[in-house]
Design a protein around this ligand. Structure first.
Ligand SMILES: [Fe+2]
Ligand SMILES: [Fe+2]
Length: 281
């Protein structure tokens, strides 16, 4: 996949899709039902997406005096993230009807809510937009990977739609970053610090708690701990070794640094190499 074009005229929006268009009645159950790992991944992703109203509230308060950003967050971003949660939940409940999604989601909410506080937002809006770009890069990469390796066609379509939405979200946050950058003038060093800080946390806390609660409901006799989580990450790393969209994600991450072209060209292969070692050691 090519790098998203972030010179975004705001009127340009990625295509809408709706959960009603997903052919849940045509799922090829035999291709996925015995793949327990997919249940874990999709249920965990559905939990994180379904809590988007909480993230949206924090961000809306932060951006309250920016009508353009507030409108986009309210009318586009939050409904799309919540639709991701609903669609993934519906897929999980269709393929694995015995899985008690509401019980596991309740456990996740109880565990994760205390971690999701407004004071965790970055000190300026430009820097918060960088943090959001990192998060959307993470989700674009995850769904890009799932799209490439999905064993089941309806799921392939669904995660393809979600991947496109996440890339669209990245574009908007980057657009807002450019706008705030004009006023706030963050240094390259400050931007790099947010990138490094957020990269350390991407896919960690929320992923850990989401998986913990899937396991608690799916296998109540098992205990989930850091070692189990690491084993899961290792397995995900094997998936990612060949199919993770490294080029796209590294380009997306570098963009807010606005490095001169020749440095970007030099840095890119090194960082892609580095990213491979981090994602799939
Ligand atoms: Fe999402
Ligand atoms: Fe998103």
């Amino acid at each position: 996949m090519s790098t998203p074009d972030t010179r975004l005229p705001l009127a340009t929006q990625h295509a809408h899709w709706s959960i009603d268009q997903i052919a849940f009645d045509r799922i090829a159950h035999e291709r996925i039902v015995s793949e327990e790992t997919w249940l874990y991944v999709l249920a965990a992703a559905s939990f994180v997406e379904s809590l988007s109203d909480l993230y949206a509230r924090n961000l809306l308060e932060y951006m309250a005096n920016d009508p353009e950003a507030s409108r986009w967050l309210r009318e586009r971003w939050e409904p799309e993230e919540l639709q991701h949660g609903r669609a993934l939940r519906h897929y999980v409940e269709t393929v694995w009807p015995a899985f008690d999604w509401p019980a596991a989601f309740d456990g996740f909410c109880a565990d994760y809510r205390p971690h999701c506080k407004p004071e965790l937002l970055e000190p300026t809006r430009a820097l918060e937009m960088v943090a959001r770009c990192v998060i959307e890069t993470g989700t674009s990469g995850l769904y890009g990977l799932l799209h490439r390796i999905s064993p089941e066609p309806v799921l392939t379509t669904l995660v393809g739609h979600i991947r496109n939405d996440e890339v669209g979200h990245y574009k908007y946050f980057y657009h807002f970053f450019l706008r705030y950058r004009e006023a706030e003038r963050p240094s390259r060093w400050q931007v790099a610090r947010v990138l490094r800080h957020r990269l350390g946390g991407v896919g960690q806390e929320d992923a850990y708690l989401a998986l913990k609660n899937v396991v608690a409901v799916r296998n109540p006799d098992q205990t989930f701990n850091t070692q189990k989580f690491q084993r899961f990450q290792h397995m995900a790393g094997r998936w990612a070794r060949t199919d993770y969209p490294y080029d796209m994600t590294v380009k997306m991450l570098l963009k807010p640094l606005r490095l001169p072209g020749f440095i970007n060209h030099l840095a890119l292969p090194l960082l892609v190499y580095q990213a491979r070692r981090i994602v799939a050691p």
